[in-house]
Ligand binder design. Sequence first.
Ligand code: NAD
Length: 284
Amino acid sequence: MSALIIDGKQISADMRNEMISEVAELKQKGVTPGLAVILVGEDAASIVYVGSKEKACIQLGMYSEVHRMAADSSEEQVLALIEKLNNQDSINGILVQLPLPKHINEKAIIDAIRVDKDVDGFHPESVGNLVIGDDSLLPCTPAGVIELIKRSGVDIAGKHAVVIGRSNIVGKPVAMLLLRENATVTICHSRTANLEEIAKQADILVVAIGRANAIDSKFVKPGAVVVDVGINRLDTGKLAGDVDFESCQTVAGHITPVPGGVGPMTITMLMKNTITAAKKVNGM
Ligand code: NAD
């Protein structure tokens, strides 16, 4: 048996096409969704990510601002910029590219973002709203995981979903979103006993641990949906997921590749959040 590949690139392209039309309609009504990205310092990966976010805004016809700040900028300077963007009507979403330089308190920065402009979904109030099921902007990578599963025609309700990884940016919010979709959810982590046994019970297995090829077919129930959030750079320079794709695809029913699975969805969901925020603030 060979699993169906969940094509994140294609799903992401489909969603962006839908959003191009939506943004054009919004602009006709006088609303242009706007995203501000703040980049502090010169981390090579961050520079690439910020460039991709800017490109995506332009592709979709949205307004984009990138604020590049020196690595030795003070916390006060970053907070002052956030305060300005919080009050700027042309900006519907504010994203601070992480990680920040060590002398800046990441939590203080995230807490300063206006909740209705928190397009990364990391503000404690956004997280709280997610947990209690209130309306909120959802964290992008976890929301992308749900979108991939749904757009592959898989019904989540009633399924046993196992999430491996419990980080605040991936594992926990993915688990909450799966619960909201009425899955029965188990969260595993580095201290879980019998990981293999538990993972093997999953109808939907989401892996976000940050270890290349750690999950092979022994962890996968025949026919399961396997979503690999991991992005690991190998010594060879190639990218690998947390899931051993070659091994798992012989057992799984659906599987995401790396690259080309969850990765392309993150920026797409960021664009979606910015559009959602723009509509909401304009009462649409
Ligand atoms: P993290 O290091 O913050 O958390 C890893 C989690 O995995 C922890 O909760 C830990 O308990 C668990 N874990 C570690 N080793 C384990 C093991 N052997 N068995 C079971 N659980 C184990 O990582 P993160 O930020 O959640 O990221 C996870 C992966 O997802 C990374 O590869 C990261 O690069 C990737 N990622 C991708 C995207 C994207 O696609 N856009 C976004 C965020 C993170």
